[in-house]
Ligand binder design. Structure first.
Ligand SMILES: [Zn+2]
Length: 416
């Protein structure tokens, strides 16, 4: 027995009597749904199987959000989203309406996989070991550790050549013991252990057992684009692909991206690579200059402190546009000439994460007299939620709001 979706994969609407309907709940992608399980005499909703995801759609006007298989039956989960939802009576014939965009996309990817798999084996001796129909991109796992760019290019040309040949795709049934000319004998689930197997054939090219829904001619795939490879598990290779409308969607996304980049970079697509290369080199040069200028600035600030005749007990510097390198350069200059420069005194340096925000998080470093550093660290941690520790005589910490620094300084001054 097979479901109506397998007999006619192009049916978008259908009516069939309800056999049972009972309250149920479902966990879908970590979210819990309330609703009911509906079993129909026959279903155009495809339950998950053969690598192909389930269909979604409507049963009358109620949402079908999941379909699972139980033996030869499809169990439709209808979400009870609002007060209008109602259970179906046995014998009632609600209108089944599948989300055709989703289903046709699955058909294009699934038939596309059969085609790539068949061509890869026949012309390139590359065996498919599994495949995955992803929501955005699908892949085929090939039993090889490496595939050259040249082979991928030839494989892509060959599958598109087959699409141009308009080869029909047909469904037939074969006895389980008569599978000598069948490409791959998939393992059937235990509860589907039937004598007759459903075979999907691409004329003159391939015969393969499969429970999925397929297009009826390769021309309905329109085009297949191979997107690249990735190293798989156990010496295998994943080959990524788009089939049919996904190629157009991908192309549209690329064009939109190219348009946005053209506007940002003020050039055409052909000029992207040299322009970005030039920009990256400029950025690296500017970063180097900026780091060097910041170190010079830190040394100047340190000299300014060293030359102060009457040094305060707490000397602070607040930088909005600096990196930690500023602090390191500053203290290198202070520590080297004489540690007496910070005897009985403290130096506090703060750096804001976001120079445009007054309440930006940031980091602070307090250095100087060891006992005073310890006292200040306690105040910063206990009263200002600073998170950090003392290392090599300096207290280094993160604070959530840099605008609270004047209060912290006030408290430190009172303590020392
Ligand atoms: Zn299949």
């Amino acid at each position: 027995m097979s479901l109506m979706c397998q007999k006619n994969s192009f049916l978008q609407e259908y009516k069939s009597p309800v056999l049972s309907c009972q309250s149920s709940s479902l966990n879908l992608n970590g979210k819990q749904y309330q609703g009911f399980d509906v079993v129909l005499e026959d279903s155009i909703f495809f339950p998950e199987g053969g690598g192909q995801p389930y269909d979604t759609g409507l049963l009358d006007d109620q949402k079908v959000i999941n379909v699972r298989r139980d033996g030869n039956k499809a169990i439709l989960f209808v979400e009870s989203g609002d007060d209008h939802c109602r259970l179906f009576d046995c014998g009632q014939q609600p209108l089944q309406k599948i989300d055709w965009n989703r289903r046709f996309d699955h058909m294009q990817q699934h038939s596309g996989q059969h085609l790539i798999t068949a061509v890869a084996l026949k012309y390139f001796n590359l065996l498919t070991t599994s495949w995955n129909l992803g929501a955005d991109v699908s892949n085929i796992e090939l039993d090889t550790a490496q595939i050259s760019d040249e082979t991928i290019e030839q494989l892509e040309q060959k599958v598109n050549e087959k699409i141009r040949e308009n080869l029909p795709i047909t469904v037939s049934y074969r006895d389980k013991d008569d599978l000598a000319d069948i490409r791959q004998q998939m393992e059937l689930p235990d509860d589907l252990n039937q004598q007759s197997l459903r075979i999907i054939s691409i004329e003159s090219l391939d015969k393969n057992p499969c429970c999925g829904t397929h297009v009826s001619n390769l021309c309905q795939l329109q085009i297949i684009k191979l997107l690249g490879i990735q190293k798989g598990k156990k010496g295998k290779t994943l080959l990524f692909f788009h089939s049919g409308n996904r190629v157009l969607k991908h192309m549209n996304n690329l064009l939109q991206r190219e348009k946005s980049l053209s506007s940002l970079l003020k050039c055409t697509g052909e000029e992207f690579v040299p322009i970005v290369d030039k920009l990256q080199k400029n950025v690296r040069r500017l970063q180097k200059n900026c780091t060097s200028a910041m170190r010079d600035l830190a040394r100047c600030e340190a000299e300014k402190y060293i030359r102060l005749v009457d040094k305060p007990k707490l000397y602070s510097i607040h930088r909005k546009e600096s990196e930690y390198d500023f602090i390191t350069s500053f203290f290198n200059q202070i520590d080297n000439p004489s540690s007496s420069l910070i005897d009985n005194r403290l130096i506090l340096i703060s750096l804001a994460d976001d120079c445009n925000s007054l309440k930006s998080p940031g980091q602070i470093v307090i250095a100087g007299d060891q006992q005073l550093v310890e006292k200040s660290a306690k105040i910063a941690i206990d009263s200002f939620g600073a998170k950090g520790s003392i290392s090599q005589g300096r207290f280094r910490a993160r604070i959530l709001d840099i605008s609270k620094l004047p209060k912290l300084e006030e408290m430190i001054k009172q303590t020392i």
